[in-house]
Design a protein around this ligand. Sequence first.
Ligand code: FAD
Length: 410
Amino acid sequence: MTEQAFVIVGGGLAAAKGAEALRDQGYDGPLVLIGDEPDRPYERPPLSKDYLLGNAERDSAFVHDAGWYAEHDVDLRLGTTVVEIDPRTHTVVQDDGGTVRYAKLLLATGSSPRRLTIPGADAARVHYLRRLPDSDAIKATIASVRRLLVVGGGWIGLEVAAAARTSGVEVTIVEAQELPLLGPLGPELARVFADLHTEHGVTLRTGVGVERFTVDADGVSGAVLGDESRIEADAVVVGIGAAPNLQLAAAAGLRVHSGVVVDARLQSSDPDIVVAGDIAEADHPLLGPGIRVEHWANALNQPAVAASTMLGGDAVYDELPYFYTDQYDLGMEFFGLVTPDNYDDVVYRGVVAAREFVSFWLRDGRVVAGMNVNVWDIGDPIKALIRSGRPVDVARLTDVDVPLEQVAGT
Ligand SMILES: Cc1cc2nc3c(=O)[nH]c(=O)nc-3n(C[C@H](O)[C@H](O)[C@H](O)COP(=O)(O)OP(=O)(O)OC[C@H]3O[C@@H](n4cnc5c(N)ncnc54)[C@H](O)[C@@H]3O)c2cc1C
């Protein structure tokens, strides 16, 4: 390959969408996508939802058909780890010794699950969930065990708990904070999810951590908590968050903070390296600097902007953070960002007890985030309310008889 390529490092959704966006935006030069997983890029949300529940086929998770990469002249290198990026020589080094020279590089290495290091954490039947084979293993576990311990009451822990309960497994969730989802939602809405799970028969142990796992000849047999109480379990799923894979970027000398620091065009501190997905810590035109979210929608939508930047364009990424979950009969979408100190009130439109409502997080009477629970097709006005930055009439906002479009002025 004499002409220098555009190279994509990472084999997830952001990488696949980057390849697609480059071809869509007219780039017809050599294009290499290097990912360390054996499977072609796929979407991860089904791994803790429909696929785990057995309601979706494996094939439905893939971003593109198997033939798409060849049809679009993408040199897809699976099962290949990039071990070094040398920005000085514009070279990528693979673990098989191969090298590729790049003109522009899209870095999309995503995240890895945070791991427990407590005694017993390496025992058999202690699972983490990031990849397709993890989901397969947990699916088989759910089908075969009586009692499952879930460590961590974040999104993945709760979704796995819901899948297991739906299959009739006895589930205990241990969450170190006072409520599950306290960080992403705050106490008001975290309570809704705590109630949802207890009503479905999950035993919720909060405000206490796991000290160690107990282990027998077959693997993990339970856990001892910080208060010395014991939980018996036939298997464990650990969902204590993910950490962005920043090693390559840091070693390449890119500016790294909680993610790889990029501007609103997703360009890193190196003019020939752009970044997308979980690892991008971006300047957001509306929300300010340092915005990094581990959301599917980011990985879906940022690559079009990254591709534009690679091609010399000036598009910026200004989408609002968006997240969704499905647990039991609760489906929700979340727009915006909630931190412990970015809101001073929460108001509701609809009936929380019936789990059919929209909640709004307000600061100084302005909407900073909105979440629709079992209410659909209102994402646009929720986003418009957040984007407007204007004080809102709370009486109208919370009145289900006033169309949200009217409140938002859309
Ligand atoms: C089980 C699960 C459920 C989820 N559900 C939701 C949801 O409901 N809603 C939502 O908004 N988000 C959800 N997410 C988060 C969402 O999936 C991520 O935000 C998204 O996958 C990020 O995409 P990415 O391409 O940036 O990174 P990743 O998906 O992590 O992909 C990065 C890829 O790069 C590879 N890689 C890393 N380093 C190298 C290297 N040196 N060389 C080669 N390859 C490398 C990795 O192995 C991986 O294949 C979920 C995540 C998980 C795990």
